[in-house]
Design a protein around this ligand. Structure first.
Ligand code: RB5
Length: 152
């Protein structure tokens, strides 16, 4: 499985830890930066990872900033991205099972390295359940396309 990962300066350390973990488990990891702790802007890395996902260069994306919020919101502006901003393993699992999330986002200032690894494992291990959840994910896509779904 191929994973793109990106962070801003606030999450550079945690990104390095997650990369080391994923490579240890033989995932193919694409590091989209940032590559130093110098202050930068999280939307840059969100867009890089999001584009790697929507172009199918990778299977999933992982994004980390201080809270996970800014980088997750940014990724969700890219059509086709369903980024889940989570800080518990139940939500990480359900983001895959029910929402078919293709990007996991969390914050270095929110979760410690141990929990971060558990979030990653939960997200990557859980399959999408499809069925009624596919109907709802399709409705998300319709919102993205500008359709009025109020009567669906
Ligand atoms: C950077 O200071 C911080 O604002 C950023 O990492 C993130 O938490 C934004 O959502």
């Amino acid at each position: 499985m191929k994973i793109a990962i990106g962070s801003d300066h606030a999450a550079f350390d945690l990104k390095s830890i997650v990369i080391q973990y994923l490579e240890g488990k033989e995932f193919d990891v694409v590091d989209a930066g940032t590559f130093t702790k110098e202050s930068t802007h999280y939307p840059i890395y969100a867009q890089k990872v999001a584009r790697a996902v929507t172009s199918e260069e990778v299977d999933f994306g992982i994004l980390i900033c201080g809270t996970g919020v800014g980088i997750g919101i940014s990724a969700n502006k890219v059509p086709g991205i369903r980024a889940a901003i989570v800080s518990d393993t139940y939500s990480a699992r359900m983001a895959r099972a029910h929402n078919n999330a293709n990007v996991l986002a969390f914050g270095e200032r929110v979760v410690g390295p141990g929990l971060a690894i558990e979030l990653v494992d939960a997200f990557l291990e859980e399959p999408f359940q499809g069925g009624r959840h596919q109907t709802r994910v399709n409705l998300i896509s319709q919102i993205e396309a500008g359709d009025d779904i109020s009567s669906d």
